[in-house]
Structure formats: C-alpha cells, structure tokens
Unconditional design. Structure first.
Length: 267
C-alpha cells in the first residue's frame, strides 16, 4: 500500500548554499541551508519531506533539474554520472523563514554519499531542495498518537512534536545509536511521553530495540494514530504488530521504510 502524501499546491526547484555545519553529537550533524530562493518553500512543519541535491566528488558545480514537476527524475537520469548530482530524501528539521534558513539533520553512518558530504560541508557549498510534501496526517478522531522510529526518523518526529498542539497525548519511541544522541532539550506537550532507546553498542539490526520495546509496552486505550519510520523491518514489523496483536486498523497507521539494512540508495 502506498503511503498517503499531502503534496504542496505549488513547488519549485530551490538552489541554496550551506550556511553552517553543526555537530550535534559524534554521529549527528545539522546542516543549515539558506539563500534567497528559499522564499519559494512553503513551510508546513511536521514531517516536511524534501529531495536534497548535492554535488558528487570532483564536480565543479551543482546542476539542478530544470523541471519543477515529476519529470525532474527523468531529466536527471539523462545526465551522465559525471554531471549528475547526488539526490537523497530528508525531512526538514526546522525552518526560519525570517532568516531564509532551513536545518536538515544527517546521521553520520559509514562511507555513504550523504554522510561524507555532511562531514565536509562548509559555508558557501551549494545544495538544492525540492518539496515532496508531508505524510503525518492524523485524523481528528484519534485520542492519542504513537510515534516510533530509529535515528533516521528522529528529525521528522522531533519536528512533528515541535508543531504539535498542547493537547496532544501520545507515546514516542526513539531509537538512537548512542546515549550521546539523546536530545534532552526537546519540548513536548504535557500529555506526551518520550522514550529514548540508545543501542550503546548492542548488537542486532537497527530498529529492533524500538520494535521490541513497543511490543512490550502498555499502551493507552482509545483510537490511536501511528506514525512510524526507519529501517524497513522496523516500519513493517511495527505495523504488523499493531494490526495483528493490538487490533488497530491499518488505515490509522502510517509507516515508512526510510532505508534497508545492507543496501545503499541508488545514485
């Protein structure tokens, strides 16, 4: 089943540059992007998804697609790899329209194009974004919410919580690699409990700790809206548990496999 996505009414390819590169923890970096073209981005808060474009090693400039519709991918694939930028999917962590800035957080894991770029990114480096809409679409009838994810979903979930109404009730499960990755400074509604789950070197597939913790958890009664994302087995396993073991309707569960262990994104 394809996820429900609320697309923006209008959108445009936006070319920006790096404003700052802030290390939040040994394994997490926040890249601030800015520029006058950011006026074309309509901030929605919550899990606003963007395609991020950044140069490959050795490229002298960033070549953005000219199409601001679904034809952009075909246009990009027509370019030889020597001229084609890297493209990855991220969630905007925070927007500051008054400053013309957005923050995007990167998990620094291994020798991947996005991690390597984030480690080296310096002010003035080019990057681009293209708005892909949002997927966090809770029904008004839900009495509480379950949000769960691994480190790849933490920026989206924190953005959701920052824009949540004060009346929100929910349980949040956030699996991260290390205790150093816990974010003690977040502010959440009074009715929301956040469970940080650091692996701290424990073996096993990323996402397993969050999945097993939810399976053992005592969850509130009432209609629940679930938003879950991260490693593919976490997303699908959590949905299966909620439907088969908890009796939750599939229509109240939004789940997304952001990545798959052992596989890299195509370039």
């Amino acid at each position: 089943m394809l996820p429900k996505v609320r697309m923006p009414e209008t959108r445009k390819m936006i070319t920006l540059e790096v404003v700052a590169n802030t290390r939040l923890s040994p394994g997490l970096a926040s890249i601030t992007l800015g520029g006058p073209e950011l006026e074309h981005l309509i901030p929605t808060g919550r899990d606003q998804i963007v395609r991020l474009f950044f140069p490959r090693d050795g490229q002298d400039r960033l070549r953005m697609p000219s199409f601001s519709n679904e034809a952009w991918m075909a246009e990009l694939l027509m370019l030889p790899k020597s001229r084609r930028p890297w493209v990855r999917t991220f969630t905007i962590r925070r927007t500051r329209p008054e400053l013309g800035e957005v923050d995007i957080e990167f998990v620094l894991h291994g020798d991947t194009p996005a991690s390597n770029w984030a480690r080296r990114a310096r002010p003035g480096d080019p990057a681009g974004i293209f708005d892909m809409g949002l997927t966090y679409l809770p029904p008004a009838e839900a009495s509480w919410q379950l949000l769960a994810g691994d480190e790849s979903a933490v920026p989206a979930i924190l953005a959701i919580l920052e824009h949540a109404p004060a009346s929100l009730a929910g349980e949040v499960f956030l699996e991260v690699p290390e205790t150093a990755d816990i974010r003690p400074d977040i502010t959440v509604p009074e009715g929301v409990r956040v469970h940080w789950l650091p692996r701290d070197g424990a073996g096993g597939l990323p996402g397993t700790l969050a999945l097993e913790t939810v399976r053992r958890a005592h969850l509130p009664p009432g209609r629940c809206y679930t938003w879950a994302a991260g490693e593919a087995k976490l997303a699908t396993g959590l949905r299966r548990h909620l439907v088969n073991d908890r009796g939750m309707p599939k229509s109240d569960i939004a789940f997304f496999g952001y990545w798959r262990h052992g596989r890299s994104s195509p370039g």
